[in-house]
Design a protein around this ligand. Structure first.
Ligand code: MG
Ligand code: MG
Length: 259
């Protein structure tokens, strides 16, 4: 992902917001269905149906793997339970009380991509687990607040890192946020760590998928044999929140909050 970010016009940002609205609705539908006894494949079906009913295309479905010999992604959502950081494949896994599940999803509407994730508690979770979800969500909030025209990508990165590390959790460095627009992954990269003031300048019309991934334990990642599922190396829990955000002269615009 090298090269310059494409700056979107106000009309294009509204088209991306429309895509994000479908995505937010799909995530709401999935969230409403998360409960003990539910299979992650059922959540995937809910997302697919919602997206298609609203004129969108589930963008994750059929995404080619980066690694050779790995099948394209088979779901509309990534369903990442407990120690899975990201890219969990929806299937026969059954949710139980105390689990957390990261739901990451993408939509294409009229050629425009949106990308968003949230991590949900399955019924009651432990206080530490709840704190992990709160801190990861707060890190995303801090990142969005730092997404101001004239500042730098590194300001977003530093906001995430500071929020997470102040609370004693760790930032996953193996995966980063990204520009987004006519394709799901565009320049620039948006790391969740690094110094403020570094990296490209944030310009009005830039659209970024900002996505902190936070572990309770070590930051390291291991992959399952399916080539997709990324887990914590020590089995500790991991959370992931993501929004598609536009830089504007009037402050950050969250395009995937359903508004
Ligand atoms: Mg995503
Ligand atoms: Mg993303």
């Amino acid at each position: 992902m090298s090269g310059k970010a494409e700056l979107k016009t106000p009309e294009q940002l509204e088209a991306m917001r429309a895509s994000g609205r479908v995505l937010a609705g799909a995530l709401d539908a999935v969230e409403a269905a998360v409960a003990p006894g539910v299979r992650t494949s059922e959540l995937d079906a809910i997302a697919q149906e919602y997206i298609r009913d609203h004129g969108g295309i589930p963008s994750f479905l059929g995404v080619p793997a980066a690694a050779a010999g790995v099948e394209p992604f088979p779901g509309a959502i990534c369903a990442s339970v407990n120690d899975v950081i990201v890219h969990g494949i929806p299937g026969g896994e059954v949710l139980t009380v105390g689990d957390i599940i990261g739901i990451d999803c993408g939509v294409i509407l009229d050629g425009w991509h949106s990308d968003s994730a949230r991590t949900l508690a399955v019924a009651d979770v432990s206080p530490e687990t709840f704190r992990l979800l709160q801190v990861t969500q707060a890190a995303l909030g801090a990142a969005i607040a730092a997404a101001l025209a004239g500042r730098h990508i590194g300001d977003i990165s530093a906001a995430v890192q500071t929020t997470v590390e102040e609370d004693g959790f760790t930032i996953v460095r193996r995966f980063v946020g990204h520009g987004i627009g006519r394709t799901m992954h565009e320049p620039p990269q948006v790391p969740n760590f690094g110094p403020a003031g570094s990296g490209p300048v944030l310009a009005p019309g830039m659209t970024l998928a900002v996505e902190p991934m936070v572990n309770v334990g070590a930051a390291d990642v291991q992959f399952d044999d399916d080539g997709w599922t990324a887990r914590t190396i020590d089995g500790s829990l991991s959370a992931h929140f993501e929004h598609t955000v536009a830089i504007s002269d009037d402050g950050p615009l969250v395009l995937t909050d359903g508004s």
